[in-house]
Design a protein around this ligand. Structure first.
Ligand code: GAL
Length: 363
């Protein structure tokens, strides 16, 4: 396995500098350029995963001797559209896009199509346009299933334990992954809600009631604060379905502020996703319970290979040609598998796998 290239402070600084200037990110290591320039539009610098994604895709494409132009949309859909428009104007040969709002890109992707620029939908499926060539992501329903399965196992629901109180959180309503995560999780949790081994005291069980704009941790914290003060007078929360680490940290802050984390009032089972540094440290400290690890290095490689195959007129390798209907076409996809990580296996998966060093986690 290659060394992790994602989360060191020095590396982050380099990427931010390059992207902030909108500069080219250089030629291949031997100075030879192969196939032109690839525009990479990432959604935000607010979370370390997307910084890592940007850096990984740049490095992989450089290894294949492409020039790259990396931009971050700072969670503003209009800004991302303007950035992609600018990349098209600059004459990029391909686009790799992780959308902020999956439905805001139709106009600009029409321009890309007219300029014959192929588009890879990165991690998040772009909806409502036929001008998406390939989709590279993880099995996102499986992410939700792994989160739900963790709650089920930890609470002993299969052995008949309960009733337990759980609260449900979902991601941003304009991110298509939100639906996959939530529906994957709910397929497993629903039977226990139906037989009342699980009870949602807030009553908020519909996706439209539990989404979290821009996956924001502070927004998740606020909602958890409100739920605790309105629905948990004397009762206590036993589990929280959280789809993303940045939200889990916010939810944990609300729980701790309400006195959770002691022997008499232990923290509930709290899931997450992305194996972000703060969350893995929280897992080691016995606070967040689980995260879903997705090897971003592999995702970047898949996306880079798709670009390279398209630009060299080779038929790209995909492993799903039927599932990912974006409303305008079925987008051929390459899906990777996510892994459930908790205190019992983080060493094996994250440290032995080269994603973090022990020193980083124990700081
Ligand atoms: C999703 C992504 C998750 C998480 C989330 C918040 O689209 O699949 O892994 O990163 O965005 O950034």
């Amino acid at each position: 396995m290659r060394n992790r290239r994602a989360v060191t402070a020095g590396a982050v600084t380099i990427v931010l500098t390059l992207s902030a200037c909108g500069q080219d990110t250089d030629s291949g290591s031997d100075g030879l350029l192969k196939g032109g320039t690839v525009g990479i539009a990432m959604p935000t610098r607010a979370s370390e995963r997307w910084i890592a994604d940007g850096k990984n895709v740049v490095e992989d494409l450089r290894g294949l001797r492409y020039k790259t132009k990396l931009v971050f949309g700072d969670d503003d859909p209009n800004r991302q559209v303007a950035q992609i428009r600018e990349l098209i104007k600059q004459g990029v040969d391909a686009l790799v896009i992780a959308a902020i709002d999956n439905r805001s890109l139709n106009g600009v992707l029409q321009q890309a199509a007219e300029a014959k620029i192929p588009v890879i939908s990165y991690d998040r499926l772009i909806l409502g346009t036929k001008n998406v060539d390939y989709y590279a992501s993880f099995d996102n329903e499986q992410v939700g299933r792994l989160q739900a399965r963790y709650i089920i196992d930890k609470l002993g629901l299969d052995d008949g334990a309960g009733p337990f109180n759980v609260e449900l959180f979902a991601g941003s309503n304009d991110d298509n992954n939100t639906t996959y995560f939530f529906s994957g999780a709910m397929k497993l949790l629903q039977p226990y809600l139906d037989n009342r081994q699980l009870v949602v005291q807030s009553g908020q069980t519909k996706l439209s009631q539990v989404t979290t704009q821009r996956w924001d941790g502070a927004t998740a914290r606020k909602r958890m604060d409100e739920i605790l003060s309105t629905s948990y007078g004397s009762g206590k929360v036993d589990g929280v379905l959280s789809p993303y680490d940045g939200m889990s940290i916010g939810i944990l802050a609300a729980l701790k502020a309400a006195g959770y984390g002691s022997d008499s009032k232990p923290l509930p089972v709290v899931t997450g996703q992305d194996a972000e540094l703060a969350s893995v440290r929280s897992i080691i400290a016995g606070q967040q319970t689980q995260t879903i690890y997705k090897d971003l290095r592999e995702l970047a490689q898949i996306a880079s290979r798709l670009v390279d195959d398209i630009l060299n007129d080779r038929r790209p390798t995909v492993n799903n040609t039927t599932t990912y209907d974006n409303g305008a076409k079925v987008v051929p996809a390459y899906l990777l598998q996510p892994t459930s990580v908790d205190k019992s296996n983080y060493e094996d998966i994250l440290v032995a796998g080269g994603f973090y060093t022990d020193a980083e986690l124990k700081k």
